[in-house]
Design a protein around this ligand. Structure first.
Ligand SMILES: C[S@@+](CC[C@H](N)C(=O)[O-])C[C@H]1O[C@@H](n2cnc3c(N)ncnc32)[C@H](O)[C@@H]1O
Length: 243
């Protein structure tokens, strides 16, 4: 059952205070890497999967997309997206991606930032995304890295040298993880690296780019508080073409 935690008032309020909510794409340190994976956007019909506040939807139109459909299960996130958007070529729709109902062969690009790791029925969603793309259409997405989603009780440990070390446990046990984040118990879905790649292949996607993203040295210099997170990849970024 879909948790829809982004409609929880306290969680939503905390999420709105994150840099990526306040500053948009520029506040998301992985955005330059994800942007580099995008196919040409001018003229593209774009689907923004788990669009949240609509930052990418608006960016895509400014980059020349013909149209954008942003879908999200959260009414609160969609209200924020609509309030920030004055563009008739952008449509937002409330939809639960666990039961995807998407138009067929309607998009050139499906984009998803940090939403797919919430989806238990990933195979069904990827199949629907493949159907919604034209032949040769691209899926470009970011998800939390399997190293982050694996532990049942995530946290930093202390290694033998007294240094912080991320505790990777339960890696091979794919499935839900309930983790404390922004004052709430948030359910995410853990998949191994091979699990992600197999799901894409099974849906008929051919992987074209894969990046295990971690902050760059320049980003770490600007954000010394990220020094621990910089030890391991934070996000998995990928681009895949519909076969
Ligand atoms: C971390 S936010 C990312 C929002 C946006 N893509 C961004 O990068 O700013 C994750 C989004 O996925 C949405 N989401 C989670 N589960 C979903 C589901 N089952 N169906 C549709 N959207 C979902 C949430 O409501 C939330 O807006």
């Amino acid at each position: 059952m879909t948790q829809n935690i982004y409609d929880d008032p306290d969680f939503h309020a905390a999420y709105l205070r994150l840099p990526r909510s306040v500053e948009g794409l520029e506040g998301a340190p992985e955005w330059p890497s994800l942007r580099a994976m995008l196919p040409p956007v001018p003229g593209a019909r774009v689907l923004d999967v788990g669009c949240g506040l609509g930052w990418f939807s608006r960016w895509a139109r400014q980059a020349g997309a013909a149209s954008v459909l942003g879908v999200d299960v959260s009414a609160r996130m969609l209200a924020g997206a609509r309030a920030a958007t004055a563009d008739p070529a952008i449509t937002y729709a409330q939809a639960d991606l666990e039961q995807p109902d998407l138009p067929v062969a309607a998009f050139d690009l499906a984009y998803s930032s940090l939403a797919l790791h919430y989806i238990a029925g990933l195979d069904g969603l990827l199949a629907a995304l493949a159907r919604s793309l034209v032949a040769g259409g691209m899926l470009v997405a970011s998800v939390e890295h399997p190293i982050w989603t694996a532990p049942a009780a995530p946290g930093w440990l202390t290694d033998a040298a007294g240094q912080p070390a991320w505790g990777v446990t339960c890696y091979l046990d794919e499935g839900p993880r309930a983790v404390d984040w922004l004052g709430a118990r948030v359910v995410k879905q853990h998949r191994t690296m091979s699990g992600w790649l197999a799901a894409l292949a099974q849906a008929g996607f051919n992987l074209t780019r894969l990046e295990e993203w971690a902050p760059s040295p320049a980003q770490l210099a600007a954000h010394p508080e990220w020094v621990n997170a910089g030890q391991v990849p934070n996000f998995l970024l990928f681009a895949a073409r519909r076969g």
